[in-house]
Design a protein around this ligand. Structure first.
Ligand SMILES: NC(=O)c1ccc[n+]([C@@H]2O[C@H](COP(=O)([O-])OP(=O)(O)OC[C@H]3O[C@@H](n4cnc5c(N)ncnc54)[C@H](O)[C@@H]3O)[C@@H](O)[C@H]2O)c1
Ligand SMILES: [Zn+2]
Length: 379
């Protein structure tokens, strides 16, 4: 018998202008990885250059300024981001670049970009030489408050979201508030969807705070957006660290509240629906279902609907009306896919009040359809 355990410990740092030479967060996070200076490979989201044309030069300048700790293994690699980059071919191309730069298990991959790039490049780092350290610098509010602080990587495959991937806790995460300045408002909404998600199932006070702050956040108040990011990230991290199942061997997955239909809706819309909008829709559907089942008060559902609207998260109903020849909503197949993805018994998280939840192991198809009809009719 072999028995061993490995403690994981990683920190999320909050800073501004991470690549300013005087900023000590990055080099301190890299200190102690192998022999100094640690060889670092940057994967940078190409689209960021529209907003930050000096980014590769700033990265190179930062590494020169801290040459005793950090050495660039190659020039920063620019990779197009967004959902389409979550492709195994992109992960493999990144692995080729890691090989060309002679990265070894003492090297570190630093990923600068949105959630999609973090997923695909994190996966590449996790499989290359059986796993390199990865440090994440998420640049969207959603990835700063949700995906970037978690332990999952992955790519879409055979038309299924995140079919290939792995659990790989990062070395560290650096949330740089300066990146939030250039986000289009739709991406602020997307982050708000994930924040509302954790508030709805775990934190009534945060839900009230979001309700109060939504107008300021949507009007571009960066301090309020940073506060949303931080609080949401902390709830996600606390969940991963304390729920006893960071690598999701069990079937329950509360952080996926609203996601069984969201993932399916994203795929059915051929990625026209953003993840955030789809999650907003998924939460409304599941909450309306919970009301029909008598486990959630209609007022809580109405509060959720109001909050999602104040974050400009629309209910894009058309995709919900895609049906098969027998008239069954295509989105319903998402339930079985979700069960398959988790394995074992179906587990769906439903709120029982704002800030409280229950896990159910069966969904009544007819009632779920009725819930969708009601949401579509705004009832
Ligand atoms: N691994 C996980 O646990 C997990 C959890 C939730 C979501 N995700 C994944 O995250 C992805 C969504 O991530 P996302 O919402 O960050 O979007 P994204 O990565 O798809 O990026 C969207 C767009 O934002 C742009 N962008 C990035 N930073 C910017 C900035 N600072 N200013 C302006 N534009 C910027 C990008 O160029 C891109 O076009 C999905 O693939 C989802 O499945 C993963
Ligand atoms: Zn999500």
């Amino acid at each position: 018998m072999s028995e061993f355990s490995i403690p994981y410990c990683y920190e999320t740092h909050y800073t501004e202008d991470v690549f300013a030479p005087a900023n000590d967060v990055l080099w301190r996070a890299l200190q102690g990885v192998g022999a100094a200076p640690v060889r670092v490979f940057f994967v940078v989201e190409e689209e960021l250059l529209q907003f930050y044309p000096g980014l590769p030069a700033a990265i190179a300048g930062y590494c020169r300024a801290h040459a005793d700790v950090v050495r660039l293994a190659a020039a920063p690699l620019l990779q197009a981001g967004g959902e389409h980059c979550k492709d195994i071919a992109v992960s493999l191309r990144l692995c080729e670049a890691f090989l060309a730069a002679r990265l070894c298990r003492q090297s570190c991959v630093v990923i600068v970009g949105g959630g999609a790039l973090l997923d695909v490049a994190g996966f590449a780092a996790a499989i290359f030489h059986r796993g390199l350290r990865q440090l994440r610098i998420p640049t969207t509010a959603l990835s700063q408050c949700d995906s970037g602080v978690g332990v999952k990587n992955g790519v879409n495959f055979l038309g299924k979201k995140n079919l290939l991937g792995c659990f790989a806790p990062p070395l560290a995460v650096i949330n740089d508030a300066a990146f939030l300045r250039t986000l289009p408002v739709a991406m602020v909404s997307a982050a708000a969807a994930e924040a509302v998600k954790v508030a709805m199932i775990k934190d009534r006070e945060f839900f009230a705070w979001l309700t109060a702050q939504a107008p300021a956040i949507m009007a571009g108040d960066l301090a309020a957006l940073s506060a949303l990011v931080r609080r949401s990230a902390e709830i996600h991290e606390r969940h991963i660290a304390t729920n006893g199942d960071p690598f999701e061997y069990g079937s329950a997955r509360p952080l996926d509240f609203g996601h069984w239909s969201a993932h399916k809706l994203e795929m059915l819309s051929e990625q026209r629906l953003s993840h955030g909008v789809a999650v907003g829709m998924g939460m409304l559907i599941d909450c309306r279902y919970a009301v029909l089942k008598g486990i959630l008060a209609i007022d809580a559902y109405a509060s959720l609907r109001t909050l999602l609207r104040s974050f400009a998260l629309p209910f894009a109903g058309a995709v919900l009306e895609l049906r098969d020849d027998a008239g069954r909503r295509l989105v319903m197949a998402g339930l079985e896919e979700f069960r398959e993805h988790l394995g074992g018994q179906l587990h769906i998280t439903l709120p029982t009040a704002i800030g409280a939840k229950v896990e159910v192991t069966a969904i009544d198809d007819a009632r779920m359809n009725e819930a969708m009809d009601l949401v579509l009719r705004d009832e």
